[in-house]
Ligand binder design. Structure first.
Ligand SMILES: C=C1C[C@]23C[C@@]1(O)CC[C@H]2[C@@]12CCC[C@@](C)(C(=O)O1)[C@H]2[C@@H]3C(=O)O
Ligand SMILES: O=C(O)CCC(=O)C(=O)O
Ligand SMILES: [Fe+2]
Length: 378
């Protein structure tokens, strides 16, 4: 899908979001063909070529190995990948492979429950966006995606999943144990990676206000978890797993099945989708819009999407890290090059999400909505 980065700062006129309905809770496994509600026939979805991610050196997704003894070199490699790609594969991160396999298995068990059990935990108005079903932003698209989703705050796993398993039996216990352990590991890893990013940006040495901001950001990082299940599809060329988007927070760790499906949009020398290989035990790191803002555009929030396939179900678990809801995010002073201005206005995560909602399904990039127009620069 081509999403043009518009240079306009005009806010699209807000319209009330479409609502989820019973059609969003159908059983993908019972589908022998892609129904019209899920059929993406426009050529725009397949406008750019797809490359495998290893044929040419320029298409090899960067791999950052945290086992390297030289911390500065690891931080520099992560920052370089965040600048050039906006994403990379992270290995040697210390999260046990056994835990990653268990988390995937538990997610698969959740999605294998009867539709009626999952629908009990459906997203509801006023529910803070948690629950089973389509994230509200994705309801903006005219077509539904070939995926099931479940969103929940990492801090409320046990209460959230009592909605699925009211009896709190063995299935509930093993599911929550795996998600809790994953959260503990990923929260620690998130702090480590953030500290590395700051180190690479030269913030540790910068002194002054940025040091304070860095500490506040590290101390208040907020995590949201989301489970994606992309069932195998009878006609993958006519369906979309997850439409092209950027993540909105600071950065996302994605745990994915070793079934490829995630693709990154590379722009130079020409636009193409690069498939991220399914490397067992690796986590994918994706830079989000608010980190793009924080670094004044130095780290780049990358457009990515998920495609589906005919043979195998695919599961991914993005762990979204961002600021707490009240925190205003603006370019860090040390990230603004001498003689340059901050290119983005300060914004909180919920403010940005509200603005961004109206851009889903349009060709407008939401970052342009908070971009300081050249005439506003003093
Ligand atoms: C923390 C979040 C990131 C997310 C919005 C959310 O509040 C919870 C769902 C997340 C998700 C998952 C699918 C793609 C995405 C763009 C969406 O519509 O919902 C992301 C959101 C995001 O990164 O902005
Ligand atoms: O399924 C994937 O690999 C990508 C998921 C994703 O980008 C998201 O949920 O925001
Ligand atoms: Fe994403």
């Amino acid at each position: 899908m081509q999403i043009k980065r518009s240079t306009t700062t005009t806010m699209p006129s807000p319209t009330s979001p479409p609502v989820q309905n019973d059609a969003d809770y159908f059983d993908f496994r019972a589908m022998e063909r892609v129904p019209e509600s899920h059929e993406w026939t426009g050529p725009q979805e397949y406008e750019h070529p797809v490359v495998a991610g290893h044929e040419l050196e320029q298409d090899v997704v960067p791999v950052v190995d945290m086992r390297d003894d030289d911390d500065d070199a690891v931080a520099a490699a992560a920052a370089r990948a965040a600048e050039e790609w906006g994403a990379f594969l992270l290995v040697g991160h210390g999260v046990p492979g056994e835990l990653l396999a268990r988390v995937e298995d538990q997610a698969a068990r959740l999605f294998a429950l009867p539709v009626t059990d999952k629908a009990r935990a459906a997203r509801r108005p006023g529910g803070g966006g948690s629950g089973y079903g389509v994230p509200q932003y994705l309801l903006r698209y005219p077509k539904r995606m070939w995926a099931e989703g479940y969103t929940f705050p990492a801090a409320a796993i046990r209460s959230e999943f009592r909605r699925v398993w009211p009896d709190a039996g063995d299935d509930y216990i093993s599911f929550c144990a795996a998600m809790d352990e994953f959260h503990v590991e990923l929260r620690a890893l998130g702090r480590k990676l953030l500290a590395m990013f700051f180190q690479a940006l030269g913030l540790a040495a910068a002194g002054g206000d940025d040091d304070d901001t860095e500490r506040k950001i590290l101390d208040t990082l907020t995590a949201t978890m989301h489970l994606n299940m992309y069932p195998k599809c009878p006609d993958p060329e006519r369906a979309v797993g997850l439409a092209a988007h950027t993540d909105s927070g600071f950065f996302t760790f994605i745990m994915q099945s070793p079934v490829p499906g995630l693709q990154l949009l590379r722009r130079r020398p020409s636009e193409r989708w690069v498939t991220v290989p399914g490397v067992a035990g690796a986590l994918v790191v994706v830079v989000g819009d608010l980190f793009h803002v924080l670094t004044n555009g130095r780290f780049h929030s990358v457009l990515h999407r998920a495609v589906v396939n005919r043979e195998r179900d695919r599961i991914s678990l993005p762990y979204f890290l961002g600021p707490p809801p009240h925190m205003k995010v603006a370019p860090l002073a040390a990230a603004v090059a001498p003689g340059r201005k901050a290119e983005y206005r300060a914004v909180t995560w919920p403010e940005y999400m509200t603005m961004r909602e109206a851009t889903f399904g349009t060709s407008l990039s939401a970052l342009t909505l908070i971009r300081v127009a050249p005439e506003e620069e003093t």
